[in-house]
Design a protein. Structure first.
Length: 644
């Protein structure tokens, strides 16, 4: 989608049922649910009330200039982002559930730029959140939030992150409000342990209800959601608009803060990323802030060390030129694999020694922190994905070593393509050796090669027939499986007792912090008949990821020897979030993916950025790649033939 702004009128429509702001921002305290700055106690939450609807201020819709963010302004934006995330995910009011949070964040960030004093900012917070959450309290240290034992309460049940709060029965993740009685608070894992949470955001103390009474089917006190009207103020869909950019960054930070399940095991200080992310939207970056936004998003997301992390955003991409070949590390040496254009002087599988006098590793060193890859795969992935991308055509001097040992210096011009245009087929053809092999390949000595990744349910009968004739078995998991249920069923015929998956955990956040309940997901494969008792070995590669690793975890439980290299280290269902979508919540300018479920090793140690470690180390060699040999399969067959 082009990087353009939506039309934005200068007035916000005041219509019946529309979300409205409370009093002028120059007031130090607001009415309604905002509360005063003194020691007042909120009204009983069991008493329904209606948010006040004063006359609407006339908002200035243009970002103030000059636009450099000062430290004070940045702290206020960070406080607003943190509070908004906590309210969105943990305050159970009808108003919160009905709010268009993408639009709210833009509007809130825009208004935050228009206040001068701390008192005005505090008044702004109260006016912004009072319609959504009338019982939210700011800087009221003696305020309390109590519920009656007989109250029927609402709370947020969250099992992972759901974009837009839209639940799909096919998705493992879920978000919905559930009911409980006050006496049940803290009575079971995953339930709020108290009626409200107290926390600080950039020095502002917040008292936030985690439950709300329900009276006649509505939460009490009454609340209203923020939903901009077609005739009123419209949010931008443009990273170059500061409010839109800030809203996108606030959303990205808030989702990862509350739903990324590996922050603790990785000892990740994610709160420290909020201010740098917001700072990338600073108008002082220039008229085109997209490169700074893109770099900061990539830098922050790379800290997750999650190979499921993706940043899909044509609107963020400025590079359109790349080299006419792919590079992969083999035995630590960068080889030219599958050239995408004929270049005189270059040969397939040449070793790339230097580019304009610098080694390939030196070229990508500064890109590693932006690679979106984990630590043990990022060098190889960055060499393949990001080597010498540029925003304008360039020519480079390459020094290469041919297979015969001779060296050559070649001038190579970059070629043009849209982002992501580097042919995936070339990459797959190089590393996906298994994709070029058949499903079943009986060897003369009785060993059966079974390409488990290609297995479908329809293939099970002939696979069982082949297993009945086999004397030994090689299982290949170097390619992503085409059908989960097929390999799952097949493995049942290879075991005589139940085998377990790697430990899986759903993360269920229930309070700011976040406080999280880790729910263990039990998954086992039961023995099936007929049972085939065979000596076997499973082969995989450093490219094996996610479902491959899930299958390998079952094989570990069965005691099957594993041969290969450390796998990718990213397992668990993927979560998606959309930044700056259109008014219908679709067509975002950027989409971020990450792992939404925690997986550990069988012994409970960390899996993320570690992967499946082999029992028998075996990779590919430079000589083997040049000779186009399948060294891993050769080694597996040789291992099975050894007497034991």
């Amino acid at each position: 989608m082009p990087n353009t702004s939506l039309t934005r009128p200068t007035r916000f429509a005041a219509d019946r049922g529309a979300w409205v702001l409370l009093a002028a921002l120059t007031m130090s305290a607001c009415g309604g649910g905002g509360g005063g700055a003194g020691n007042s106690t909120p009204p009983s939450p069991s008493t329904p009330s209606t948010p006040a609807t004063p006359s609407l201020p006339d908002p200035a819709t243009l970002w103030p200039t000059p636009g450099k963010f000062g430290q004070l302004q940045l702290e206020r934006m960070a406080a607003l982002a943190e509070i908004a995330a906590n309210v969105q995910y943990f305050h159970p009011s009808d108003g919160v559930a009905q709010t268009d949070w993408d639009a709210f964040l833009q509007y809130a960030m825009l208004r935050s730029s228009q206040v001068g004093t701390d008192a005005e900012f505090l008044a702004l917070l109260r006016s912004l959140f009072a319609p959504l959450a009338p019982d939210l309290r700011f800087n009221e240290p003696t305020a309390e939030y109590k519920v009656s034992p007989q109250d029927e309460l609402n709370y947020w049940y969250q099992n992972g992150y759901i974009e837009g709060g839209i639940n799909d029965t096919k998705d493992v993740y879920e978000r919905r409000r559930k009911s409980l009685r006050a006496a049940e608070l803290g009575s079971a894992p995953g339930l709020p342990g108290e009626a409200a949470a107290r926390y600080k955001a950039a020095g502002i103390e917040v008292l936030q209800p985690l439950v709300q009474p329900v009276v006649l089917g509505k939460t009490s006190p009454a609340s209203q959601g923020f939903k901009p009207l077609p005739a009123g103020w419209s949010p931008d869909q443009d990273f170059n608009q500061p409010a839109a950019c800030l809203a996108a960054m606030a959303k990205a930070w808030g989702v990862i803060q509350n739903f990324f399940p590996y922050k603790e095991s990785l000892q990740l200080n994610w709160p420290a990323e909020l201010r740098p992310m917001l700072s990338s939207c600073d108008p002082a970056q220039g008229a085109d802030r997209v490169p700074a936004v893109n770099a900061q998003l990539r830098r922050s997301l790379t800290l997750l060390r999650d190979n499921h992390v993706g940043l899909s955003a044509k609107s963020l991409e400025r590079r359109r030129w790349f080299m006419p070949f792919s590079v992969q590390l083999v035995q630590g040496k960068p080889l030219l694999v599958e050239p995408t254009a004929s270049v005189a002087g270059l040969q397939k599988y040449d070793e790339l020694l230097s580019i304009d006098g610098r080694t390939p590793q030196q070229w990508v060193e500064g890109l590693l922190p932006l690679s979106l890859s984990n630590e043990h795969t990022r060098m190889g992935w960055t060499l393949y994905q990001d080597l010498m991308y540029s925003s304008a055509p360039q020519s480079y001097s390459l020094n290469v070593r041919h297979a015969d040992g001779s060296e050559a210096t070649v001038s190579v011009p970059s070629i043009n393509s849209a982002p992501g245009g580097q042919p995936a087929d070339a990459y797959m053809a190089w590393h996906d050796v298994a994709g070029q092999l058949p499903l079943l390949d009986p060897k003369p000595d009785g060993t059966l090669y079974l390409n488990l990744s290609k297995m479908t349910k329809a293939d099970l009968p002939r696979a069982r027939e082949a297993l009945a004739q086999a004397k030994a078995l090689v299982l290949d998991l170097r390619t992503y499986p085409v059908e989960f249920s097929a390999w799952y069923s097949l493995l049942g015929h290879l075991v005589d007792k139940p085998i377990q998956s790697l430990p899986l955990y759903h993360h269920q956040p229930y309070a700011p912090g976040p406080k999280v309940y880790r729910q263990r997901v039990q998954q086992a494969i039961q023995p099936a008949t007929p049972y085939f008792k065979l000596p076997m070995v499973a082969i995989y590669s450093r490219f094996s990821q996610s479902q491959n690793e899930h299958a390998l975890g079952f094989l570990q439980s069965a005691g099957v020897p594993l041969m290969g290299e450390a796998s990718s280290g990213a397992n668990g269902n993927i979560t998606e979030m959309r930044l700056l979508p259109d008014a219908q919540g679709k067509n975002p300018l950027a989409t971020i993916t990450f792992t939404g479920m925690e997986v550990t090793q069988h012994d409970g140690s960390r899996f993320m950025d570690v992967g499946i470690l082999p029992d028998i180390q075996q990779g590919r060699s430079v000589a083997g790649v040049r000779e186009q040999r399948d060294e891993v399969l050769e080694a597996a067959l040789a291992w099975l033939r050894k007497p034991r």
